[in-house]
Design a protein around this ligand. Structure first.
Ligand code: MN
Ligand code: MN
Length: 282
């Protein structure tokens, strides 16, 4: 297998894997445009070892210094409730082996079932959430499991000891108040002047909605929200954060909106640098 910069190994040959990529081709909770179900395939396609090497910028060789496997996709062919349950089960299976899941969405609704599995494995757990949107809607068009709601559910269920949202720039007054009340720290785009140096005392899970990036860097998302992070700014936050990263999701890649696959390449870059930080924490 030559995906992920040639780093991905076969599960059958490496049952003792350390990092597992899990695809979730699911976009039934998208509020505006479907298409995110094609995300996992697009990231696999663009990340071929024919184009990329397995070395991270910080000097980790993902082919030699860890065991990274691709465990394939969650079965999302059934009804949405069944798919969400299977996502939780798939992630729990990886965590039970003591490995770190990297989950490729899919729309952002998938993060709630992923975090249900994580909350059982890590207590306390902190979350670093990159997004243009706080995703704190109590419901959207009557759906409490919409991709606009995962962090409302995560807060409500007490799945995280702390949440830091980076890159937000489409915030309602109600959501700002809700964040304040629930202890969610918003690092809003308008306030980011200098490089961010974050520190997490507990294991940290990163949820990366690609619309956190400026549409100039990541056009392949459903909701274009100008004024976002550059790919470099996002990498700086990940590369410099102090803490132990135990999981990652990359969501909302919408391949029909990404004709040159530039957003898929950004997704892979984020995957790669985050995996490197999993292997070598600071
Ligand atoms: Mn989101
Ligand atoms: Mn978003």
């Amino acid at each position: 297998m030559s995906d992920f910069g040639g780093a991905a190994k076969l599960v059958s040959e490496h049952p003792d894997y350390k990092i597992a990529v899990l695809g979730v081709p699911f976009d039934e909770k998208s509020s505006y445009l479907r298409g995110a179900a094609g995300g996992p395939a697009a990231i696999r396609r663009v990340s071929t070892g024919k184009c990329y090497c397995a070395w991270t910028e910080l000097g980790v060789n993902l082919e030699e210094d860890t065991v990274l496997v691709d465990v394939g996709d969650v079965d999302t062919s059934g009804d949405p409730d069944k798919s969400l349950a299977l996502i939780e089960k798939g992630v729990a299976g990886i965590l039970d082996k003591g490995a770190a899941p990297i989950v490729l969405g899919g729309d952002h609704s998938i993060t709630y079932p992923v975090l249900k599995a994580f909350a059982r494995a890590f207590k306390p757990l902190e979350i670093l959430h990159f997004d243009a949107h706080p995703d704190l809607y109590d419901d959207l068009y009557g759906d409490r499991l919409s991709h606009a709601c995962p962090f409302a559910r995560i807060v409500e269920d007490g799945l995280a000891a702390g949440i830091v949202q980076v890159g937000v720039r489409a915030v309602t007054a109600a959501h700002r108040a809700k964040a304040l009340k629930s202890g969610v720290r918003m690092v809003e785009m308008k306030d980011i002047q200098d490089p961010l140096h974050l520190r997490f005392a507990h294991p940290v899970y990163i949820s990366f909605d690609l619309d956190a990036l400026d549409p100039a860097f990541a056009p392949g998302v459903a909701h274009h929200e100008p004024g976002g992070l550059s790919t470099r700014q996002a990498l700086q936050v990940i590369q410099s954060l102090k803490g132990r990263i135990v999981g990652l999701d990359i969501v909302e890649l919408n391949p029909p909106r990404d004709p040159a696959a530039i957003t898929a390449a950004a997704a892979f870059k984020i995957l790669k640098e985050t995996a490197g930080r999993m292997v070598r924490p600071v």
